[in-house]
Write a protein that binds this ligand. Structure first.
Ligand code: NAD
Ligand code: TYD
Length: 351
């Protein structure tokens, strides 16, 4: 049996593929469109004997998805592919609605058609793991209890609204078509290979280059940081042992204010690269993001109790290791920042 992964060239998807290939010989197939955020460099260090295949393509292409399902007859599909950056969704929501909503619907449609025509049992023979976000639950006040399974949907950004719509489609496919779906809501991930537009890699890449570090508004917004390897371990547990139709919350016990986080990154950079110290001199307060959610926090106790999963990375250690990874991979950052990687993708796959 194989597993089909969408968005496996992105940040979390590629971490999932790496972890998968280091643990098992079970084949894994990545379907990825290589948008600006997809990066084949993320998969270039897989072991030579890894049973991984990359397919360039769009989740919205039902014919392609059905052909892949027929060819590989995977036991599961893990759905990471999405437009993911809140700031981009504020500038234009089109790609978010198209990929996150219509793309998820196209995948669900292709899966149920494949299962119906191939005689496979939708309830027992196949699992659809949908990777969602805690942002669908909106923003918490400082004293409010963390998000939990029964938290109401209150998406505030176009990105969060598009993910919420996708969640509802996944739920509907479970109830109406009997598809064995699993939905996860994780908090902000960090770690190696994250596109340098999200806060942590952006700060590190800019600080390494001696550029200013932009902090939105007062910098007192809180995120619950989750190391990407902990996230992928939770996803494997949900995939293997989760209950169809259920939702799982995945957090890092890592609540931190943005300003504190940025200072911690600067300290880690000072330790690793004393010649650039103090990196905190680069911090600048800039105009706030419209509709900026104040606080996210996750109560992952139901996931821990049901699946025995807990995060292993402590935030400060994880941040230090993450800073180290970006310092050790200057070419990875440079190829993105210079546009060389985007030019290569265009040459290989067209505009
Ligand atoms: P990412 O932006 O790094 O990668 C997204 C990947 O999807 C890219 O490889 C891109 O090429 C691919 N893709 C985009 N549109 C596609 C399409 N139409 N067809 C095929 N492939 C397409 O994203 P990420 O940070 O790895 O996030 C993965 C998933 O996790 C997303 O669904 C996101 O909503 C969710 N999530 C992420 C975070 C986080 O902190 N990064 C937090 C919560 C939830
Ligand atoms: P981000 O990494 O974009 O993730 P999300 O919006 O999904 O939480 O942002 C994390 C936090 O950092 C969020 O509160 C916005 C803030 N932020 C900045 O202060 N400066 C920046 O340059 C960016 C990209 C984000």
């Amino acid at each position: 049996m194989a597993v089909l992964v969408t968005g496996g060239a992105g940040f979390i998807g590629s971490a999932f593929v790496h972890a998968w290939c280091s643990r098992t010989d079970e084949p894994i197939v990545t379907l990825d469109l290589l948008t600006y955020a997809g990066n084949l460099d993320n998969l270039s260090t897989l072991p030579a004997d890894a049973k991984h295949r990359f397919v360039h393509g769009d989740i919205r292409d039902g014919g392609l998805v059905r052909a892949l399902l027929e060819e590989h007859r995977p036991r599961a599909l893990v759905h990471f592919a999405a437009e993911t950056h809140v700031d981009r969704s504020i500038k234009s929501a089109d790609a978010f609605v198209s990929t996150n909503v219509a793309g998820t619907a196209a995948l669900l449609e292709a899966c149920s058609e494949h299962l119906a025509t191939s005689g496979r049992n939708a309830r027992t023979g196949f699992r659809f793991l949908h990777v969602s976000t805690d942002e669908v639950f909106g923003s918490l006040g400082p004293q409010e209890a963390a998000f939990h399974r029964a938290s109401p949907y209150r998406p505030n950004s176009p990105y969060a609204a598009s993910k919420a719509a996708a969640d509802h489609l996944v739920r509907a496919w479970h109830v109406t078509h009997g598809l064995a779906t699993l939905t996860t809501h994780c908090s902000n991930n960090y770690g190696p290979r994250q596109f340098p537009e999200k806060l942590i890699p952006l700060c590190i890449a800019r600080a390494i280059a001696g550029e200013t570090i932009p902090v939105y508004g007062d910098g007192l917004q809180v995120r619950d940081w989750l190391h990407v390897e902990d996230h992928c371990a939770a996803l494997r547990a949900v995939l293997e042992r989760g209950t169809p139709g259920a939702t799982y919350l995945i957090g890092g016990h890592g609540e931190c204010r943005n300003l504190d986080l940025v200072h911690a990154l600067c300290t880690a950079l000072d330790e690793a690269r004393p010649d650039g110290a103090p990196h905190a001199r680069l911090i600048r307060f800039v105009e706030d993001r419209p509709g900026h959610d104040r606080r996210y926090a996750i109560d992952a106790s139901s996931t821990r109790d049901e699946l025995g999963w807990s995060p292993r990375h402590a935030l400060l250690d994880g941040l230090r290791a993450t800073v180290r990874w970006y310092l050790d991979h200057p070419n990875w950052i440079e190829r993105i920042r210079s546009g060389a990687y985007a030019a290569w993708v265009k040459e290989q796959y067209g505009p």
